[in-house]
Every structure is written in C-alpha cells, then in structure tokens.
Design a protein around this ligand. Structure first.
Ligand code: PLP
Length: 229
C-alpha cells in the first residue's frame, strides 16, 4: 500500500514540476483505475484524489456502487448498447467518438443528474485503427452536440500514437491545442475549457502543450496484468 501512496505522490510532483517548467496553471489529475481493485482506489482517494477514470462498464459500475462519493470519468471505447449505464453513472465521458454516441448519451442521461460533461475524442495521429473524430470533423459536429440539452461539451481528448522522443510526443499535443483554440474561437459561447491528454509515458509533453487534465494509470497503480474488453 505504501508503494501506491509513493507512486501517487511522485506523479503529483511530476505534475507540479511540469506546470512550473512550462508556466502552466494547475493541471487536473485523473487517476485511471481500470483493472485495479476498489482497495487501491480507496488508498488513493484517502490521499485526497477525487477523480477516477475507468474503461470497462461492468467493472466500473461495481466500483461506483462502492464509492458514489467520487467523481467517475468514462474513458474507454463506447459500444452503442452500453451508453445507458454510462449516461446514468458517470459525471464525465472523455471518449465520445461519434455523433450517434453523443445522441444516445443525451437521450439516456437522467435529467435529475444534471448535464453529463463530455469530451470529443480526436484521432489526432490519423491512425486507421483508432477511434475518434478527424480534426476536420470536430468543428462541424460541435453545433449539433452543443444543442444536446443533457450534455455539456467541455473540450477534446486524444490518445496519440506512441512516441518515446519528447519532441515527437509534443507534436500531436500541439495540434490538439491548436484545434481546441480554433473551436473556442468558432464557438465562444461554449464552455470548451478542457484538453484531456497525456498518460504515464508522456504527461510532461502533454502539459508542455497545454493539457488541462492528464489521465494516469500505470505510474500510480502499477502495470496492468490483464486487459478485458
Ligand atoms: C489506460 C488508459 C490511460 C492510462 O494509461 P497509463 O499509460 O497506464 O497511464 C489513459 N487514457 C486512456 C484512454 C486509457 O485507456
């Protein structure tokens, strides 16, 4: 358990260091707890961490039932037949990758829960295998998404192609920063204040390019030894 706390504090320090180095305001940390047990979530929550990210609906629902006091973000691929439990149980969804998913989430969000905060996932490295809107599509779908009354579109999310070189890591993040700026300029009435980008291996590069939220799993919770999907 002490390793978990040490890992968490080290990640917090890396965030602070990067914020200082690149003269950025406070970056939000999303602790990605997919595949990890509720006990690990409890340890990190006891350190003051409020926001947790999950990729798999069933697994997430079990944890949310135990810790409804925490803020849960859905960050995984979304099958259209799973939108209802997502709309009913999460505060945020980062992985809205097509209009149909936004429509279903809007229709299925219980009004009494308030608006569901969403981010549009952008396939910024234009990989054939990856989900997400193309950068060109984002600005064209925004008016329709902004009209959905149970959703609040807060910005963009990306998972760029893996790169190990720092300068190479920065390139897609810079494109995301420019894309968000274009959307903000085109839709000044929207509350587009969030850029969700950066994971364990590239959080510094993401912060250098203006990430407002980083999603960190491995460097807090350790390696994941299974991927169910
Ligand atoms: C698993 C996952 C993360 C966390 O990645 P790490 O490299 O373990 O920090 C972040 N974002 C998404 C979308 C993920 O699926």
């Amino acid at each position: 358990m002490n390793t978990l706390i040490d890992n968490y504090q080290t990640v917090k320090q890396r965030l602070q260091q990067a914020q200082q180095t690149y003269h950025k305001p406070e970056v939000q940390l999303l602790a990605v707890s997919k595949t990890k047990p509720i006990e690990a979530v409890n340890v990190i929550a006891a350190q003051g961490q409020q926001c947790f990210g999950e990729n798999y609906v069933q697994e997430a629902l079990e944890k949310i039932a135990l810790r409804p006091d925490l803020e849960w973000h859905f960050i995984g691929p979304i099958q259209s037949n799973k939108t209802k439990p997502i709309a009913e149980n999460f505060a945020w969804v980062h992985s809205v990758d097509r209009l149909k998913i936004a429509q279903r989430l809007n229709d299925q969000r219980p009004v009494e829960l308030g608006k569901l905060h969403i981010l549009l996932e952008v396939n910024i490295s234009q990989e054939a295998s990856k989900a997400g809107f193309s950068p060109e599509e984002v600005c064209s779908v925004l008016p329709e998404i902004m009209a959905m009354k149970n959703l609040e579109c807060r910005g963009l999310m990306a998972i760029p192609e893996i790169a190990t070189d720092f300068e190479q890591q920065r390139q897609p993040f810079a494109k995301m920063r420019e894309l968000l700026a274009r959307c903000q300029a085109a839709f000044p009435e929207a509350k587009l204040d969030t850029l969700s980008m950066g994971m364990s291996g590239d959080l510094e590069a993401a912060i250098a390019e203006g990430a407002t939220l980083v999603r960190i799993g491995t460097d807090i919770f350790g390696a994941r030894n299974y991927h169910k999907n």
